[in-house]
Write a protein that binds this ligand. Structure first.
Ligand SMILES: Cc1cc2nc3c(=O)[nH]c(=O)nc-3n(C[C@H](O)[C@H](O)[C@H](O)COP(=O)(O)OP(=O)(O)OC[C@H]3O[C@@H](n4cnc5c(N)ncnc54)[C@H](O)[C@@H]3O)c2cc1C
Length: 426
């Protein structure tokens, strides 16, 4: 990120005017607000909810996400939360414990933190950096002109409307992205997405130093499903338990995720002590737009980041890190556009996203197509579970903790599997 102390910012006549208005105070919006405000730009972030607020999520942060939080100066604030060191994975009666790999520039640990706590922390950090945070304020309408952007915001507590004028807009309003859709950002319907559901339970293993995943999950008729179940320990007496499924399978529309979660909970190892009696609240679910499935991600005077851009990692359903990263990339591009008073700078954003994620997401999307074939899925998982080395490589691939060379290996593996499925019908 460049700084620009020597270049004067434009005059900003009143308090509802700014360089960049951001819609949404989740990971994408708060990260962008932090980076823009830290570099001296004037930012208004409108968030429709009052923080801290619940957000349906698995609450799992990988080393990639921790790196982003550290870069935002938040490492010491994380210390009171639950740190974990890798993944315990189970399938077909086997179990492997895999540590996070050693990767230059990344920690060898992650955290499990509720979004209730995490998002409030990151939003507060953006405020401390100088961003104006308007909570309880919902953006209802956006229009762009040659000179700037005009946003209608409903202050829900006062029941009044405020009109904000800005040079640029960042849309970071999450997976449903009403504002993104109003600006004609569309999901490519040929590409898969995922559905996930989670609930909180009490467990005596809440301090477990590993997160856990179950790779063989089944529908009521015994079909192996493309997805996984998880138990993520929060270190405070609770665990986050959930299940995620990809839309590449046959009979996708018949799946009832609530029933699947109940079945998964019943089958978790007894040592976690999970059951209906220690469920803390009704499970909630959501849709995961994945693999850079949305477009266009830039337009005249606006950019789109995080889930609104469809940036979740298709391999593992991780979206927090990609929201922080895309918010940061968007901030760098928006800074230049403001500084040079040149909206055409925004076209660089898509190239940056392609550079960071293009090749990886292409491989991931291929992988998802393969996952929709239960027989192949069974062979791949059961073969992998025989070797800790293979599963450690897979963990690296799935969490996107790779070098360019590693992506080449992943590409070869997925393409070979694809050729096999074409050669062996059924
Ligand atoms: C069940 C489930 C489990 C998941 N588990 C994980 C996990 O363990 N790890 C992980 O990394 N990812 C996980 N994800 C994905 C992750 O939750 C998202 O990728 C992440 O929240 C994206 O951040 P975001 O900032 O783009 O959007 P969000 O976090 O959705 O934030 C968008 C914000 O915009 C606000 N907003 C919306 N519309 C408006 C408006 N008009 N005006 C003002 N404000 C508005 C919303 O209130 C919200 O606060 C999971 C998702 C689900 C559904």
């Amino acid at each position: 990120m460049e700084t620009d102390t020597d270049i004067p910012l434009r005059n900003l006549p009143d308090e509802s005017t700014c360089n960049v208005v951001i819609i949404g105070g989740g990971p994408a919006g708060s990260s962008a607000a932090f980076w823009l405000a830290s570099n001296g730009y004037s930012v208004i972030l409108a968030e429709k909810k009052l923080f801290p607020r619940e957000k349906t999520c698995g609450d799992g942060l990988t080393p990639r996400a921790v790196r982003q939080l550290t870069d935002m100066g938040l490492e010491t604030s994380l210390a009171s939360f639950h740190k974990y060191f890798g993944l315990r994975t189970r399938a077909f009666g086997k179990e492997l414990t895999l540590d996070w790999p050693k990767i230059p520039g990344l920690p060898e640990y992650g955290y499990v933190i509720t979004r209730y706590d995490l998002d409030a922390l990151v939003l507060e950090n953006a405020k401390a950096a100088g961003a104006r945070i308007w909570q309880g304020c919902e953006a209802t309408e956006v229009s762009t002109t040659e000179d700037g952007v005009s946003i209608q915001i409903k202050d829900k507590q006062r029941d009044t409307y405020i009109s904000v004028k800005a040079d640029y807009l960042l849309i970071a309003d999450g997976s449903n992205s009403r504002i993104g859709r109003s600006m004609d950002v569309k999901r490519d319907r040929k590409l898969p997405f995922a559905l996930a559901i989670r609930g909180y339970y009490t467990s005596s293993r809440s301090h477990d130093p590993y997160i856990e995943s179950q790779l063989d999950i089944y529908s009521h008729d015994g079909t192996l499903l493309p997805g996984y179940g998880w138990i993520f320990p929060l270190g405070d007496g609770r665990v986050n338990v959930g299940i995620g499924l990809v839309s590449t399978m046959a009979k996708w529309k018949e799946v009832n995720t609530t029933h699947l979660l109940d079945t998964f909970v019943e089958q978790t190892p007894a040592s976690w002590g999970l059951g209906e009696k220690n469920r803390l609240s009704e499970p909630t679910g959501g849709k995961l737009p994945m693999g850079m499935s949305n477009a266009p991600l830039s337009g005249h005077r606006y950019l789109v980041a995080g889930d609104a851009a469809g940036l979740i990692n298709p391999f593992n359903g991780e979206g927090i890190s990609y929201a922080y990263e895309s918010g940061r990339l968007a901030a760098s591009v928006l800074s230049k556009a403001v500084r040079y008073d040149n909206p055409s700078e925004l076209t660089e954003y898509q190239s940056l996203l392609d550079l960071h994620y293009g090749r990886y997401y292409k491989v991931a999307r291929l992988f998802l197509q393969l996952m929709g074939k239960p027989n192949l899925l069974r062979v791949l998982i059961s073969t992998g579970m025989n070797s800790k080395t293979v599963m450690s490589i897979l963990l690296k691939i799935m969490a996107n903790l790779m070098t360019d060379e590693d992506i080449g290996i992943a590409e070869t593996i997925v393409k070979t599997a694809q050729k096999l499925t074409e050669a062996i019908p059924g």
